[in-house]
Ligand binder design. Structure first.
Ligand code: ACO
Length: 328
């Protein structure tokens, strides 16, 4: 089996910055509450009319440019998202069209926040087995229009964004390697975090909108507990599978849901906070976009360098969770 490496990364967040003070004006909350409970100071949100691929296209183009790979060389596109441009076709097919990636086949993966990790793992297999050469893997979300702006316990948490990586066979030229990805789900917990409307159970209707079923529903406390345990367990699984310890890790990129979750997980893994990459203060929880955008920014700022050992971990609705270990 071929070894797989990350050839390039890219990301894109909307221009519109929404600070905590925005929510102080519409619900009973404060900058102080949001900052101390979540670490979030501001987030990015799209303007009305903007869709996922409006962010995914620039993110993908930046990743292709860094990788030196053209759109015609890409033969696989996988997009991890819960918020595609439309119900059907997939965001991946719309992205394929907009990039002119005519030689690819394309599909979405719905795994909520770990959608990027799930997509990475699937794409890796196609490169490993030699059937495909270059995969574009995107994690992206437009979550700002799934938020109930009267529910203070969820509306302050989320933001929009998209991140992308190009995967290809490792050429041994100073490149790293995607070592392993460990994925899990527990469908018995679906009720703790969901968007009940818009699917076949509660199809789009005036009644669905009147009842607010198209908005995110979350039992934050319960999610918090499971998230910490799940992220720690899958991270340990990734370390063990590769016979390394947390001391060997150069950087840990946890899902950027909440600074308290990120710090608790890092502490339980014995990873010092200076090795934890965090963007949650400026982007909030961008779901499937959180890991690839944080990865791209850390690479472009020079924090992450070729040869560094990176641990990433995520969890989200489903429940779904997982961890991946790679050398950049
Ligand atoms: N401002 C002020 N007060 C608030 C706010 C707010 N924005 N939100 C909730 N509160 C209040 C509650 O109403 C409650 O008040 P009460 O005691 O009078 O009832 C009090 O604060 C405490 O509420 P908790 O829910 O216990 O607050 P907690 O400390 O747990 O923090 C939070 C809430 C931040 C949501 C936390 O539970 C959390 O981060 N959970 C995980 C969320 C998450 O990461 N979800 C992942 C989503 S992944 C995906 O797939 C999209």
């Amino acid at each position: 089996m071929r070894k797989v490496s990350i050839k390039g990364t890219g990301s894109c967040v909307p221009e519109r910055v929404v600070p905590n003070s925005f929510f102080e004006r519409i619900v009973d909350t404060s900058d102080e509450w949001i900052t101390t409970r979540t670490g979030i100071k501001e987030r990015r949100m799209v303007f009305p009319g903007q869709a996922l691929t409006d962010l995914a296209v620039p993110a993908a183009q930046r990743a292709m440019e860094m990788a030196g790979v053209s759109s015609l060389e890409i033969d696989l596109i996988v997009v991890g998202t819960s918020t595609p441009d439309m119900v059907t076709p997939s965001a991946a097919c719309i992205l394929q069209d907009r990039l002119g990636a005519r030689n690819a086949f394309a599909f979405d993966i719905g795994a909520a926040c770990p959608g990027f990790l799930y997509s990475l793992a699937v794409a890796q297999k196609f490169i490993q087995d030699g059937s495909h050469e270059y995969a574009l893997v995107v994690g992206g979300e437009i979550i700002s229009n799934r938020i109930d702006y009267t529910d203070r316990s969820t509306c302050v948490l989320f933001g929009d964004g998209a991140g992308a990586v190009i995967l290809g066979a490792r050429n041994g030229d100073g490149e790293g390697e995607v070592l392993s990805t460990h994925l899990h789900s527990d469908g018995s917990l679906w009720n703790l975090l969901n968007v009940p409307g818009g699917g076949s159970r509660n199809p789009p209707s005036h009644e669905m909108v009147d009842r607010g079923l198209h908005y995110i529903k979350m039992q934050g406390n319960e999610v918090f507990k499971y998230a910490v345990r799940a992220m720690v367990e899958s991270a340990l699984e990734a370390l063990e599978a590769n016979k390394v310890t947390s001391e060997d890790i150069d950087w840990f990129i946890p899902h950027q849901a909440n600074l308290r979750i990120m710090e608790t997980v890092a502490k339980r893994l014995d990873i010092p906070l200076h090795k934890v990459i965090s963007t949650v203060h400026k982007y909030g929880n961008t779901s499937a976009a959180s890991i690839p955008t944080a990865l791209d920014e850390a690479i472009r700022s020079g924090k992450i360098r070729r040869g560094d050992l990176i641990l990433v971990g995520s969890f989200g609705a489903g429940f779904t969770w997982g961890a991946s270990l790679f050398r950049y």
